[in-house]
Design a protein around this ligand. Structure first.
Ligand code: SF4
Ligand code: SF4
Length: 143
């Protein structure tokens, strides 16, 4: 099992991990502070370097520090989070690859609204809207 820290496990306050919720995003040009000025960055994209915060927090100058391949940039993620990841266990709020008991956010569980850099789209839940997922029994749990 991989620790939450090694997997960059994060439970962002809004539970959203798209570029338009990331502090690195430059929203008026659809660019990113750590990618190249030649790299179009979709508001619905995401990558392993997601940082929750106000867009444009790192200015409007793309610094070409990483390529899309190096950051793991992806599009069409349909709001990636654990509840849409194929490694997530809905019954136990657990994960097949990340240790829920390791140090980090959400002690003892893998929260449906958290995410990590090992996210992989679940073939069924990955395409479901929030309301459909939250209507199922497994999501109704107080934390
Ligand atoms: S590509 Fe990554 S670092 Fe850049 S805005 Fe999107 S999530 Fe943030
Ligand atoms: S369920 Fe997926 S996104 Fe969530 S911690 Fe596990 S691997 Fe990461």
């Amino acid at each position: 099992m991989i620790s939450k820290g090694s997997a960059l496990y994060l439970h962002a306050p809004k539970g959203c991990y798209d570029c338009d919720d990331c502090a690195m995003f430059i929203d008026y040009s659809h660019r990113c502070a750590i990618h190249s000025s030649n790299d179009y960055i979709s508001p619905e994209g995401s990558c392993g370097y997601f940082v929750p915060g106000m867009v444009n927090s790192f200015g409007d100058d793309p610094k070409s520090l990483v390529t899309k391949q190096e950051s793991g940039y992806v599009e069409d993620v349909n709001e990636a989070s654990c509840k849409r990841c194929k490694a997530w266990s809905a019954e136990g709020w657990d994960c097949a690859v990340v240790d829920k008991d390791s140090a980090g956010d959400d002690p003892g569980i893998i929260h449906p609204d958290a995410c990590c850099c090992l996210w992989q789209k679940d073939p069924i839940r990955g395409n479901m809207p929030d309301a459909a997922i939250e209507a199922t029994e497994y999501i109704k749990r107080e934390v």
